[in-house]
Design a protein around this ligand. Structure first.
Ligand code: PGA
Ligand code: ZN
Length: 427
């Protein structure tokens, strides 16, 4: 073992996330003095096939959301088994964590316990090598900056009283570099704020920092976002395009997709028709979870209709898990995968999911969760694995800008080597 890289101590604690809920933070120290720290995010519109996020369920603390059991699992169950092992063997450690848990959904120790340790090990190992995380995990070749998808209008589970659809994002497809993409995203965000103010809406925001106006129709949201691109002085589609996350699993009731704001219940075919119409009317280049997590038939239809020209991202559908991604590839379903490490639980499994997707020509989008912390691991992962895209919420609010700001620093560090990834599908 390389000198000083064995794990010397493991510490865990409960910290607060962006919604004021407790979450897990893990610190790992190596014999040579290097320390790694990581915090685990939490979803609100979770897929049913995600790895299990363990919570205490004790109503006397944090409304049952405490993570003291998870803290104990890290310190008392995982810690003693990994102390003395090499932090440089990420795969070996991750497989040990999977074995220690022993369940298919990491329900015994909690996927949050497992991911916290997996990420903290990676950070400690990178520090021991004197490398930034993206270079430690991605090697000297890692230099592709992800195209950012800024969520500027929130709805669904992330915005009480907002529209039914969860996320309306802007994508600076014409930007020359990541810094310019950030600038453009922020300018459009502020232009949307001005448009909403003019229309008499409050500027309250949803969980991911995007505005959350109580619009009467979902289509009004995409129309407003498109208008805000123009109002900020950009050419819609050419310079700044639009992406949505319908989070359709949340709309699904007994075979139909319920748009409660519009008192509509559409079948899969009708919803696909709506997406097609939106693609022809708006500069819409990416649709995430356009249908529900178990609607494979609907997804195949959606992909046959739009999959050649629009990015179709599976989030709840794939839950960052290789078996579901493989099924999608086999059945020609979707053409892109949302990558959320906490849906699967370890860095190694996240890397495998990305590799399987990329090998099949599927695009990858690194993703935060609606409940976030200052942790920026996903920003480094996006660069390390050349994912090509990232969504981390609005270009506002500290837990969101932490990821974008980390990428600004990485771009600066890479200097002339850095390239901003292009949009993977032509519109
Ligand atoms: P979540 O939503 O983090 O609340 O699950 C994010 C998403 O659906 O992409
Ligand atoms: Zn999603």
């Amino acid at each position: 073992m390389e000198k000083g890289t064995s794990i010397a101590w493991v510490r865990a604690r409960e910290i607060l996330d962006s919604r004021g809920n407790p979450t897990l933070e893990v610190e790992i120290g190596l014999a040579g003095g290097a320390v790694g720290r990581a915090a685990v995010p939490a979803g609100a519109s979770k897929g049913i096939y995600e790895a299990l996020e363990l919570r205490d369920g004790d109503p006397s603390r944090y409304g049952g959301k405490g993570v003291l059991k998870v803290v104990a699992n890290v310190q008392q169950v995982i810690g003693p088994k990994i102390i003395g092992l090499s932090a440089l063997d990420q795969e070996g450690l991750d497989h040990l964590l999977i074995e220690l848990d022993g369940t298919p959904n990491k329900g015994r120790l909690g996927a949050n316990a497992v991911l916290g340790v997996s990420m903290a090990v990676a950070h400690a190992a990178a520090a021991s090598q004197g490398l930034p995380l993206y270079a430690y995990l991605g090697g000297p070749e890692a230099s592709l900056m992800p195209l950012p998808l800024f969520n500027i209008l929130n709805g669904g589970r992330h915005a009480q009283g907002g529209v039914d659809l969860q996320e309306f994002m802007v994508v600076p497809v014409g930007a020359a570099n990541f810094a310019q993409a950030c600038q453009w995203g922020a300018e459009v965000y502020h232009a949307l704020g001005r448009l909403l103010e003019e229309r008499g809406f409050s500027l309250s925001v949803g969980d991911e920092g995007g505005f959350a106006p109580p619009l009467a129709h979902n289509e009004e949201a995409i129309a407003l976002v498109t208008a805000s691109i123009e109002a900020a002085g950009f050419r819609p589609g050419e310079e700044v395009a639009v992406a949505i996350d319908a989070a359709a699993s949340e709309l699904y009731r007994e075979g139909r997709y319920v748009l409660s704001k519009e008192s509509k219940a559409l079948d899969a075919e009708q919803l696909v028709e709506m997406w097609e119409e939106w693609c022809s009317k708006y500069p819409l280049v990416s649709i995430e979870d356009g249908l529900a997590q178990d609607d494979w038939e609907g997804w195949a239809f959606l992909t046959s209709r739009l999959g050649r020209k629009v990015q179709l991202v599976g989030d709840d559908l794939f839950v960052t898990q290789v078996d579901r991604i493989r099924r999608g590839i086999d059945q020609r379903v979707a053409n892109a995968v949302l990558i959320k490490p906490n849906q699967v639980g370890t860095i190694t499994e996240t890397v495998e999911a990305v590799r399987v997707a990329q090998k099949a020509g599927y695009a990858c989008v690194a993703s935060h969760r609606s409940g976030e912390t200052e942790d920026v691991t996903i920003a480094d992962l996006a660069v390390a694995l050349s994912m090509g895209q990232i969504k981390a919420g609005a270009p506002a609010r500290g837990e969101r800008t932490a990821k974008y700001n980390r990428l600004l620093r990485i771009e600066e560090e890479l200097g002339a080597k850095a390239r901003l990834a292009p949009l993977p599908f032509s519109v």
